[in-house]
Design a protein around this ligand. Structure first.
Ligand code: UT7
Length: 319
C-alpha cells in the first residue's frame, strides 16, 4: 500500500509587494535582495484574510483536481506557523469551512518551514498504517503578520500563501521514501517569541533570524537528507526528474541541486515570485509545476525543506 498525490492546489493573496516597494519602507535595495536571496516579489494577505482562508482556497482547488467530494477526506493536516488562533487548530477551522461533517481527524503540525514535509510524511504513515484513506495536507501561512517591517534582515524575505495536496491510498507507488530530522539545540537561531491571536499581537511576535548561521546549516543538512532518502530507495540523484525544494533562498536551492548533480532545469523555482512562504512554499511550487504541465506521470520528485527548530526533512515520490 502506498499513498499517492491525486490533486494539488494553491492560493496567493492578491496584493503583491515587490522589492522596489520595500525600498520605500526599509533601508534595502532590489539589487541586495535579488543577489542574496533570489526574491523579486511576495504576496501579502489582506487585513481580513487569515490562514484558514488561504488554506480553504488552496484546498478547494486540490479537491477539485482530485475529483473527490470533501466528505471523503478522513484526515486534514495543516502545517502552519501562523495559525488563526492559539486554539482550536487551523485544521479544525478549515474542516468547518470545507463543510466536512463526516468526523475525520484534523490537526495542525508545527515544524515551521519544515512543516509541509513533516505533514506529508505523517499523512503517508496514516495511510500506509490503514488509519486514513484520503488525506488533505495543507501548508498555509500569513507570515506578514509576524514580520517586523522595520527589520530589513527579515521583512524582505517572507511572503504569504497556501498550497494543498490530496493524498490517497493507492496500489501504485506514490511516496516511496521520507526522512525527518530536528535539532533543538539551534532553536534560538530562527524564532518568533510571542504569539498572535485574531490578528492581535501578544508579546514580541516578530521573526528573528541569524541568517548566515541558518544558511550554512541549511546547505549542510539538506544535502545530507536528500542523500538519505535516495539511499533508502537505491535511486541516484540523476534519477530525480524534479527537485521541489523549500523556497527560502535561490543560493541554498542551487547548492542542493548541485550536490544532487541536477541541472537547475530540473528544479522547480518559485522563490522569485513568492519569497519564503514557510510551510506553504513546497505545495505552492508543486502546484505551479503540476498545472503548467512540467511534472508528468511516472516522474520522480524529491521534496526537501528546513525550518526553525531546526527541523528538516525530505520526501521522495513517484508522480
Ligand atoms: O526558511 C527557513 C530557512 N531560512 C533560510 O534558509 C534563510 C537562510 N539565510 C539566508 O537566506 C541568508 O543568510 C540571508 C538572505 C538572510 C542573508 O544573506 P547573507 O548573504 O547571509 O547576508 P548577511 O546576513 O551576511 O548580511 C550581509 C550584509 C550585512 O551588512 P554588513 O554587516 O556586511 O555591513 C547586513 O546588515 O547585508 C546587510 N543586510 C542588508 N542590506 C540591504 C541585511 N539585510 C539587508 C537588506 N538590504 N534587506
Amino acid at each position: 500500500m502506498y499513498s499517492k498525490i491525486i490533486g494539488t492546489g494553491s492560493y496567493l493573496p492578491a496584493k503583491v509587494l515587490n522589492n522596489f516597494d520595500l525600498e520605500k519602507i526599509v533601508d534595502t535595495t532590489d539589487e541586495w535582495i535579488v543577489s542574496r536571496s533570489g526574491i523579486h516579489e511576495r504576496h501579502i494577505a489582506a487585513d481580513d484574510e487569515v490562514t484558514s482562508d488561504l488554506a480553504l482556497q488552496a484546498s478547494l482547488r486540490a479537491i477539485a483536481m482530485a475529483g473527490i467530494s470533501a466528505d471523503e477526506i478522513d484526515l486534514i493536516i495543516v502545517a502552519t506557523t501562523t495559525p488563526d488562533k492559539t486554539f482550536p487548530s487551523t485544521a479544525c477551522i478549515l474542516q468547518d469551512k470545507l463543510g466536512i461533517t463526516s468526523g475525520g481527524a484534523a490537526f495542525d503540525m508545527q515544524a515551521v518551514c519544515g512543516g509541509f514535509v513533516y505533514a506529508l510524511n505523517t499523512a503517508d504513515l496514516y495511510i500506509r498504517g490503514g488509519q486514513a484513506k484520503t488525506v488533505l495536507v495543507v501548508g498555509a501561512e500569513v507570515l506578514s503578520r509576524i514580520l517586523d517591517w522595520t527589520d530589513r534582515t527579515t521583512c524582505v524575505l517572507f511572503g504569504d500563501g497556501a498550497g494543498a495536496v490530496v493524498l490517497q491510498a493507492s496500489e501504485e507507488p506514490g511516496i516511496i521514501a521520507a526522512k525527518l530530522h530536528s535539532d533543538g539545540r539551534h532553536h534560538a537561531l530562527l524564532r518568533a517569541d510571542g504569539s498572535i491571536c485574531n490578528g492581535e499581537v501578544q508579546g514580541d511576535p516578530f521573526i528573528k533570524m541569524e541568517g548566515q548561521s541558518v544558511f550554512k546549516f541549511a546547505v549542510t543538512v539538506l544535502s545530507k537528507v536528500v542523500d538519505e532518502v535516495l539511499a533508502d530507495t537505491g535511486l541516484q540523484g540523476s534519477d530525480i526528474d524534479w527537485l521541489v525544494p523549500h523556497q527560502a533562498n535561490i543560493r541554498i536551492i542551487e547548492a542542493t541541486a548541485k550536490k544532487l548533480g541536477l541541472s537547475m532545469d530540473n528544479v522547480v523555482v518559485t522563490v522569485a515570485q513568492h519569497g519564503n512562504t514557510s510551510s506553504a512554499s513546497i505545495p505552492l511550487a508543486l502546484d505551479a509545476a503540476v498545472r503548467d504541465g512540467s511534472i508528468k506521470a511516472g516522474q520522480h520528485l524529491l521534496l526537501e525543506a528546513i525550518g526553525g527548530g531546526f527541523t528538516w526533512g525530505a520526501v521522495l515520490l513517484r508522480w
